[in-house]
Ligand binder design. Structure first.
Ligand SMILES: NC(=O)c1ccc[n+]([C@@H]2O[C@H](COP(=O)([O-])OP(=O)(O)OC[C@H]3O[C@@H](n4cnc5c(N)ncnc54)[C@H](OP(=O)(O)O)[C@@H]3O)[C@@H](O)[C@H]2O)c1
Length: 312
């Protein structure tokens, strides 16, 4: 099968499309024929070697952790999906580095899958799992409730677009940060107010927040705008002991826990037209295409998700 791999850690030029064996599935896995995948910041961090202590991968390594495709075969113990089902998933990151999604086929544990809603394309579906699950689970971790005030950093980013919409569904008052050219866009997703982070430090203009979803590592400023008893979750920074022990406030790191049940919740919102998907740009699964997709993501200014189409 065609797959985009790296043979060394390093820059975008390490990515190349080669022929790789189709993964073999275990009894609790499903083989998905991928139609599309999307880029997340973890992809270029992994490409540079950030995960090498956690995962002792052997090259060539297939990156990518967003799946949208069709079930090609199922393991003996799989009863929840059948051949031909349209599905999407954020698969586990495997220890061998062969189960990434920049490939024509990926083996995915069945409990990570959900049925793709019929009203969206595979390209749109690939833009959902990792970022959408993160947004859903972090708002849950923050115990966000109606009428609370939340700051969602980077509202135009992959996680931000979903977090704004999900927080509005809960009934919260949503403030977000974005460059000026994205202010109308994030308001169209439901943001009540937008801060241009190039012009204002959030601490100078915001106060008395119940919750902060930090996606940019602006932790000290986020803590400063919390009211007593408030809660900040960061998904993009390791916290210092001092930050973790902030008196009167809860300050925690958040990690996505991929699972098909939460993805099915997102799928139900999408099917009802309540959750909008935003595709920033689309690239083919070629060496040039995957390198350009990483380049776009690494600008840190994608509006929504960078998607890679694997099959028409
Ligand atoms: N812990 C976890 O489980 C987990 C899961 C998912 C993601 N993450 C991490 O969360 C972070 C965000 O992920 P993502 O997918 O949302 O990234 P992304 O899509 O690459 O974010 C791009 C957005 O960031 C905005 N941005 C850039 N610098 C900013 C700043 N200083 N302040 C406010 N906004 C800024 C840009 O908005 P403008 O163009 O408007 O400036 C752009 O729209 C990454 O570090 C990622 O690795 C962690």
């Amino acid at each position: 099968m065609k797959a985009a791999v790296i043979n060394h850690y390093g820059g975008r030029e390490q990515l190349e499309v080669i022929d790789m064996p189709i993964p073999k599935i275990k009894s609790d896995e499903v083989l998905v024929e991928n139609m599309a995948t999307s880029i997340n910041p973890i992809d270029y961090k992994a490409r540079e070697g950030l995960l090498k202590r956690m995962f002792p991968w052997q090259f060539p390594v297939i990156l990518g952790w967003d799946i949208a495709g069709i079930v090609a075969s199922t393991g003996d113990d799989v009863t929840s999906f059948k051949v031909g089902d349209p599905v999407f998933a954020r698969p586990d990151i495997d220890t061998k580095g062969v189960n990434g999604s920049y490939a024509e086929y990926t083996a995915v544990k069945a409990d990570k899958l959900a049925l793709k809603p019929n009203n969206i394309s595979f390209v749109e579906a690939a833009a959902v799992p990792l970022a959408g699950l993160t947004a859903l689970q972090m708002l849950r971790k923050l115990q966000l409730s109606s009428n609370q005030k939340i700051l969602i950093q980077a509202g135009a980013g992959g996680v931000g677009i979903y977090a704004i919409q999900l927080a509005k569904m809960i009934g919260a008052y949503v403030v977000t940060t974005a460059s000026q050219n994205n202010h109308e866009f994030v308001k169209s997703l439901g943001a009540d107010s937008v801060i241009d982070y190039h012009k204002n430090n959030i601490q100078d203009v915001l106060s008395d927040f119940d919750t902060v979803l930090d996606t940019v590592g602006d932790v000290d400023n986020g803590i400063a705008i919390l009211k007593s008893g408030g809660h900040l979750v960061t998904i993009s920074n390791a916290l210092t002991d001092q930050q973790k022990n902030t008196s009167d406030k809860t300050v925690t790191e958040g990690w996505l826990n991929p699972n098909g049940q939460d993805l099915a919740i997102l799928a139900s919102y999408i099917a009802k037209g309540e959750l909008q998907i935003v595709v920033d740009s689309l690239y083919p699964l070629t060496t040039e295409g995957i390198q350009s997709a990483h380049e776009r993501s690494e600008t840190h200014h994608a509006r929504g998700k960078v998607v890679v189409q694997i099959k028409e």
